[in-house]
Write a protein that binds this ligand. Structure first.
Ligand SMILES: CC(C)(COP(=O)(O)OP(=O)(O)OC[C@H]1O[C@@H](n2cnc3c(N)ncnc32)[C@H](O)[C@@H]1OP(=O)(O)O)[C@@H](O)C(=O)NCCC(=O)NCCS
Length: 180
């Protein structure tokens, strides 16, 4: 029981003031991230999400994630997924269960509202445990995405969450656009 109030908002309806709150939390949470020193990551232009999931304690934004919805290719099959990007809890509120509570509600949202077959995210090896505790599974250490008319490889942990009665196909994961 976390007393977290959760809102799902279409990204295009995020007001300028709310966007500032989201950006502030993002900067705080990822302050120690050295992703920009990794040549595979530093040139990425990240996908614009379709939805934001926001978790509030009283009126304070304490945890958040962004969600694109996209049809991707896995091997030779098309698969509808909802992505999870920018998963972040305010550093003052780590280890209170807020991130997991947001993920849990997001799972229901992806299944019932977005009606996609799978969730898909990428993360550092060290963060994998957080998602595994919410039943996400690592399925690859590499995926492909598209930017500037190129198909690019990205070496990273790729994790999925099965949401419907569909088996994850065999083969390379191609995001068919920008990563998240
Ligand atoms: C990852 C993050 C979102 C977790 O948020 P949180 O609200 O603290 O998570 P929870 O309290 O729900 O954690 C539940 C459990 O997940 C595990 N866990 C939490 N944070 C973790 C981390 N950073 N790495 C690995 N496992 C983690 C722990 O087992 C934790 O249980 P515990 O509190 O009893 O130790 C938060 O640490 C964060 O914002 N980190 C910086 C940004 C980041 O790396 N985001 C992920 C991008 S892929």
């Amino acid at each position: 029981m976390t007393n977290l109030r959760i809102r799902f908002i279409p990204h295009k309806e995020v007001s300028p003031d709310l966007q500032i709150e989201i950006d502030t939390l993002d900067k705080l949470a990822f302050a120690d991230d050295d992703i920009d020193n990794d040549p595979e990551f530093s040139s990425i232009r990240w996908a614009i999400p379709d939805w934001m999931a926001l978790g509030y304690r009283n009126e304070e934004l304490v945890t958040q994630l962004s969600m694109p919805k996209r049809e991707i290719m896995v091997g030779s099959e098309k698969v509808w997924v909802a992505g999870i990007g920018g998963m972040a809890t305010h550093p003052n509120h780590h280890h209170k269960g807020y991130g997991s509570a947001l993920l849990k509600e997001t799972e229901t949202f992806m299944r019932d509202t977005l009606q996609v077959s799978f969730g898909l995210l990428i993360c550092a090896d060290e963060t994998q445990r957080f998602y595994e505790l919410s039943h996400w599974q690592r399925i690859a250490g590499l995926l492909f995405y598209h930017q500037d008319d190129q198909r690019r490889a990205l070496h990273t942990s790729v994790m999925i969450l099965q949401l419907q009665n569909q088996t994850w196909p065999a083969g390379e994961v191609d995001l068919c656009g920008s990563p998240w």
